[in-house]
Design a protein around this ligand. Structure first.
Ligand SMILES: [Ca+2]
Ligand SMILES: [Ca+2]
Length: 531
């Protein structure tokens, strides 16, 4: 088995180079820059275009912690290219990716979520990896996506006991091309290829040079792990190959990595390389209830909740972590409107109503509702005889469900990408809000068919507020008690950063001298009730 892995490692490396040579113009020169990766240490200017930094090579000291091996090895960025001795990396890395680890050094690194095209092979011979390269290459070509570095190879279920070098009886190999940004294409299947978002992961990594022995590098990581008590293994190993064919074989750059978590952490429960497959981009099922509220079917799945480590607009309470939603659900396509609220509750507390509005305001989101009002609405809607007969039960979304639905497969700042200048297509916010809410559904929906998740009116979630940790979570519902309830998404009178998918806000659930101006909500209907 050891031998096989060594073969696989070297054949991928050498074959990749050949394929680049045959079919690929200089990868770096064709870099299609949708967003510019950025050094978190550098403050973004308040306005104006962000300056392109070479081909994307940026220093990311906050994401890298040198913990062993050659501690003095230091990479450089020269003219937008990573360099170490005579080795260099010219293709851009995915957005937010930490810098490479130089040969012989051992780092602990924080990787953000990444959209990637995967091809799985049960064949361990290494030949399968050769046949895997072209489908992946054709996939990115078809979508007009440029090559990034690295090409990633995962070895899921390779070990039954990594620390004691016990191999599994059989395993598979997964080769992945990484998207630079999730805005480059949707998740879903493309023939044998699956495009999905891998969750953020912390890894122990060792830099490798030229034709290296995979098992030797693994052994060095194992030795390091055995020498300390703070970190433990949290998944199966993977390999990064950074270079194309134009690089001297002796100076090719690679890394061998194994996921780790702090001892006592829960990282093992959701290994990132074996994440639940995300829903495809196929149009979800819709449903309209007896009072005309439209709902969209949201399939269960996994996503990266919170903000990427390099998002300079992010607040401290948005720490990125993996969340698994284990149950399908339905969520309102729109915010609850004034007419829907009035029909169920017999009153309309909104400030933006009356004859100065096109339709009296009835199709605007209801606002000036407290969390308690929103919860009461769900209860009364569930109790309507027609809804009861249909077996439907309504509730507020958990904060995780809300963000999962808002992102609709995206790991960027907004559901459509990272560019706030496009927000006006999707969102009523301060620059275009014109001092009021707007009828629901007038802007573009997200990829799952949900409107006004960004902006128009804020939206209550079920959870009490607390700061996120970086632990993986399954169906989180927030703390059992608290003082403030969460609300999300920004509104007509707030700036772009407040409308980000990950932005969090909270306030008291009852009226206490604050009139909940511009806070509305949308409701969830549990999918199990419909099957
Ligand atoms: Ca909204
Ligand atoms: Ca916030």
């Amino acid at each position: 088995m050891k031998m096989i892995i060594t073969l696989a490692a070297s054949s991928i490396a050498s074959f990749s180079m050949t394929a680049f040579a045959a079919d690929q113009p200089a990868p770096a020169a064709t870099a299609q820059t949708q967003t510019v990766p950025s050094d978190p240490a550098v403050k973004k200017p308040d306005s104006g275009p962000v300056k392109e930094v070479g081909f994307g090579a940026v220093r990311t000291p906050k994401l890298v912690n040198r913990v062993g091996g050659d501690r003095d090895a230091a990479i450089e960025v020269v003219e937008g290219v990573y360099r170490f001795k005579k080795a260099m990396i010219e293709s851009p890395l995915p957005d937010g990716y930490p810098e490479p680890t130089p040969f012989g050094a051992i780092d602990i690194k924080e990787y953000p979520a990444v959209r990637r095209a995967e091809l799985v092979s049960k064949d361990e011979s290494g030949a399968a990896m050769m046949t895997g390269f072209f489908p992946l290459f054709n996939h990115i070509k078809k979508r007009n996506i440029s090559m990034t570095a690295p090409v990633e190879t995962d070895y899921p279920q390779l070990y039954t006991d990594f620390l004691n070098d016990k191999m599994a009886e059989e395993g598979e190999t997964k080769m992945s091309f990484l998207y630079r940004s999730s805005s480059l294409g949707p998740v879903g299947e493309d023939g044998k290829i699956v495009v999905r978002d891998a969750a953020p992961v912390t890894v122990l990594s060792i830099g490798a040079q030229g034709a290296f022995d995979f098992t030797e590098k693994i052994a060095e990581l194992r030795t390091w792990l055995k020498s300390q008590e703070q970190w433990e293994v949290a998944g199966d190993p993977r390999m990064f190959v950074y270079n194309g064919p134009f690089v001297d074989p002796n100076w090719r750059w690679a890394e061998v990595q194994v996921p780790v978590c702090r001892r006592g952490g829960t990282g093992k429960e959701v290994p990132t390389t074996q994440a639940t497959k995300l829903p495809t981009s196929a149009p979800p099922k819709e449903l309209v209830n007896t009072i005309g509220m439209k709902f969209i079917f949201i399939p269960k799945g996994q996503f990266a909740m919170g903000s990427a480590p390099d998002d300079r607009d992010a607040d401290l309470d948005e720490r990125q972590h993996s969340v698994t939603i284990t149950r399908d659900f339905y969520i309102g396509a729109f915010e609850v409107t004034q007419s829907q609220f009035e029909r169920v509750m017999g009153r309309n507390p909104s400030q933006f109503q009356g004859k100065s509005f096109r339709d009296g305001g009835f199709n605007h989101p209801v606002e000036r509702v407290s969390w308690n009002d929103a919860a009461e609405f769900c209860k009364r809607l569930s109790e309507l005889p027609e809804e009861k007969a249909a077996g439907r039960v309504y509730r507020l979304p958990t904060e995780a469900e809300w963000e999962y639905a808002c992102r609709a497969g995206s790991s960027d700042a907004y559901a459509f990408g990272d560019q706030p200048q496009r927000l006006g297509e999707y969102c009523w916010y301060a620059p275009n809000g014109d001092g009021q809410t707007h009828p629901v559904g007038e802007k573009k929906p997200n990829a799952w068919g949900l409107y006004d998740m960004h902006g128009n009116a804020w939206e209550w979630c079920a959870d009490w507020y607390e700061r996120h940790s970086n632990r993986p979570q399954v169906d989180p519902v927030g703390p059992s008690e608290g003082t403030d309830r969460v609300y999300r998404g920004g509104s007509w009178n707030y700036a772009a950063a407040y409308c980000r998918s990950a932005n969090r806000t909270a306030t008291a659930p009852a009226f206490e001298g604050f009139d909940f101006l511009s806070i509305s909500f949308r409701v969830v209907m549990d999918a199990s009730t419909e099957r």
